[in-house]
Design a protein around this ligand. Structure first.
Ligand code: NAD
Length: 353
C-alpha cells in the first residue's frame, strides 16, 4: 500500500559512462568556471595530473593531500592553495576522502564542485559533510556541500583494487538497505535502493573474477550512484550509527567496517522491517537478506570479522556504550544488551542471527 510521503530530489547533474572524463572541459564551461583546482589523495596524484593536462589553461594545479575523515588542518592547507591560485571551481577525483575535501572547501568558499568518484562510497550524491577537528567528528547537512556536477567514468574504476571494490560496493549496498526501512522512506528512493542492490550484487562477484570486466564495472558504478542517491535523500539508521562509532572510536577502515557490520544490522532489524528486508532479499536473489549479505561479503573475499580489521575484544563493551548514546532513529528500538551481542558476533565473524 502506498501511504503518504515526502520526496525531495537532489539537484545534481550526473554524467555517466565510459570515457566521460573527456567531457570535463565542457562541464567546467557549463558552470562558467575560469580556474580549476584538482583534488586527489597522494595515491591518486598521477590521475590528478592527467586531469590538469585535460583542462589545459583552466587548470590551477593539483592539491594531492586529501585524507580520510576530512581533518580541519588539511582543509586549511587546501584553502591556502585554492585562494593562492584564485580558483573558483574544484574537481574532486577519488573516493569519499577526496570528495569530502571538495565539500569542505565549497562550504567555506562557495566554489563549485565537479566530483569524479572512483569508489562506490556515494559521498558525491549527498549534501552531507563529516569533518574532524582535534579528534572530534562533526557532521553538517546542507545543499551548499552537494557537488553541482558528478562525472561517473567507468574507466577510472578499473584500477580500483579488487578488495576495495568488494567492500566499497557493500558499503554502497548498506545505504540502500537502510533507505528501504528509513523513517522518511518513499517509493522513488525505495525503487533506487532495490535496483542499486541488484546491480551491485550482480556485478561485484563478476568483477572479483575478472577485474577488467568493463560491463560489470559499469553496472557496479551505476548501482553505486543509485545507492549514493539513497544516502543523500533519506535518513540512515542503526547500521550507519554503528559504523560511525566503530570507525571513529577504533580507527577502523570505512568500507571494510560497513561490510562486516551490515549482515548483523540487517538481522537486528529484520523482524521490525520485514517488508524492507524482503525487498533486499529479492534484490540479492536470495531467500534471507542478512544471510545473503554475509555470503556476498564472503564471495568477494572480504573480511567478515571486526577482530580481523584490528579491533581488540576489549572494545566490544565500549562500542556498545557508544552505539546506544544519541542513537539514530531505527525500526527496532536500540537495546544495549542486544547491540552488545550484535557487536560481539560481528567482532568474532559469526553468521548473523
Ligand atoms: P577513500 O576515498 O579513503 O579511498 C581509499 C583509498 O583508495 C585512497 O587511497 C584512494 O586514493 C584509493 N582509491 C580510490 N579510488 C581508486 C581507484 N579507482 N583506483 C585505485 N585507488 C583508488 O575511501 P572511500 O571508502 O571512498 O571513502 C571513505 C571516506 O568517505 C570516509 O571518510 C567516509 O566517512 C567518507 N564518506 C562520506 C560520505 C558523505 O556523504 N559525506 C559518504 C560516504 C563516505
Amino acid at each position: 500500500m502506498v501511504g503518504s510521503f515526502v520526496y525531495g530530489g537532489l539537484p545534481t547533474r550526473v554524467v555517466f559512462g565510459s570515457g566521460t572524463l573527456a567531457r570535463l572541459p565542457d562541464e567546467v564551461a557549463r558552470l562558467e568556471a575560469r580556474r580549476v583546482l584538482v583534488l586527489t589523495t597522494p595515491h591518486q596524484a598521477v590521475e590528478g595530473e592527467r586531469v590538469v593536462r585535460l583542462l589545459g589553461d583552466l587548470a590551477a594545479g593539483v592539491y594531492c593531500g586529501a585524507v580520510m575523515h576530512t581533518p580541519a588542518e588539511v582543509t586549511r592547507d587546501a584553502m591556502e592553495t585554492l585562494q593562492g591560485a584564485g580558483a573558483d571551481c574544484v574537481v574532486s577525483l577519488g573516493g569519499g576522502s577526496t570528495i569530502g575535501l571538495g565539500k569542505a572547501l565549497a562550504l567555506r568558499t562557495g566554489v563549485n564542485q565537479i566530483a569524479v568518484p572512483t569508489t562506490y562510497a556515494g559521498s558525491e550524491m549527498t549534501p552531507i559533510l563529516g569533518e574532524t577537528k582535534d579528534g572530534l567528528k562533526t557532521t553538517v547537512r546542507t545543499l551548499d556541500v552537494l557537488p553541482e556536477t558528478v562525472i561517473y567514468d567507468v574507466d577510472l574504476t578499473l584500477s580500483l583494487p579488487v578488495g576495495l571494490t568488494g567492500t566499497s560496493g557493500i558499503n554502497a549496498i548498506a545505504h540502500a538497505v537502510e533507505a528501504l526501512y528509513a523513517q522518511d522512506r518513499n517509493p522513488i528512493v525505495s525503487l533506487m535502493a532495490e535496483e542499486g542492490i541488484r546491480a551491485l550484487a550482480a556485478a561485484l562477484p563478476r568483477i572479483v573474477e575478472r577485474p577488467s570486466d568493463a560491463e560489470a564495472r559499469a553496472e557496479a558504478l551505476y548501482g553505486a550512484w543509485l545507492c549514493g542517491s539513497c544516502l543523500g535523500t533519506v535518513g540512515m539508521a542503526l547500521h550507519h550509527k554503528l559504523c560511525h562509532t566503530l570507525g571513529g572510536s577504533f580507527d577502523l577502515p570505512h568500507a571494510e567496517t560497513h561490510t562486516v557490520v551490515l549482515p548483523h544490522a540487517a538481522a537486528y532489524n529484520s523482524a521490525a522491517a520485514p517488508e524492507a528486508l524482503a525487498r533486499v532479499a529479492t534484490a540479492l536473489g536470495v531467500a534471507d537478506a542478512p544471510q545473503g549479505l554475509f555470503d556476498l561479503a564472503g564471495s568477494v573475499g572480504a573480511k567478515r570479522a571486526l577482530k580481523d580489521l584490528g579491533m581488540a575484544e576489549a572494545g566490544i563493551e565500549q562500542a556498545a556504550d557508544l552505539a546506544v548514546k544519541n542513537p539514530y532513529w531505527n525500526p527496532r528500538p536500540v537495546d544495549r544488551a542486544a547491540i552488545r551481542d550484535l557487536i560481539a558476533r560481528a567482532w568474532a565473524g559469526d553468521r548473523p542471527v
